[in-house]
Design a protein around this ligand. Sequence first.
Ligand SMILES: [Zn+2]
Length: 263
Amino acid sequence: MSGLHIPIGTPDGSRTPHAENLLAPNPSAMTLDGTNTWVIGAGDEVVVVDPGPEDESHLRRVRDHLGERRVTQILLTHGHFDHSGGAKRFAAMVNAPVRALDPRHRLGDEGLDDGDVVTVAGLEIHVYGTPGHSFDSLCFWLPQDRAMLTGDTVLGRGTTIIARDGGLADYLRSLDRLRAAAEGLRAQALLPGHGPVLPDPIGALDGYIAHRRERLDQIRAAREQGARTPREIVKIVYADVDRSLWPAAEMSVLAQLDYLDRL
Ligand SMILES: [Zn+2]
């Protein structure tokens, strides 16, 4: 895509023609480099997606970066704290409403759901309901840039987890839906909630889908070997994964056991 810009070493400053990433300073094993705050717009109006955690320095940096441009709306990809924690404070700073699928995270009258189209300065943002990582996960398609903001449904590196408020059956359906959309819409980039921009959407989604199937097969095999508890399964299936991620892996295993037991 002309205008796709992926800086080396940090997702900060990643760009498509109408979207730009300002990275929040909250790196961790779970959040990779930190949370990506996406500014979408043209001319003097913008929409801000995921203000990030409640971090005053980050929120001020985003506001200062916008200069004279007006924030018409704040959108959330989902309600997890690393994306939504700063929303209320940022909303007060720029005097804009917050729209999210989960009413608990809204500020103002309008919600946000599958099929909605948000417009800003002549640009369209199409909302896709993609539950799984969390029950309230949304993705945002930017037709003018052929780019999909994926929140935590697809990350720029590694794989995502199924949180306690998500579900694997939903997640697999959402990945299939995104795969079909990426193909049908000829997507040219995925703009994730953490990590770098992915310039090969179909390749990335195929990788995610294959990885999930593979993990499910590994869990079935671990059970056949006698592993019973999530911890026992993690020790076998996630042996190659850094131990700091094992608690998250256990959560993922729980989601997978739940899925397998319902088949
Ligand atoms: Zn996140």
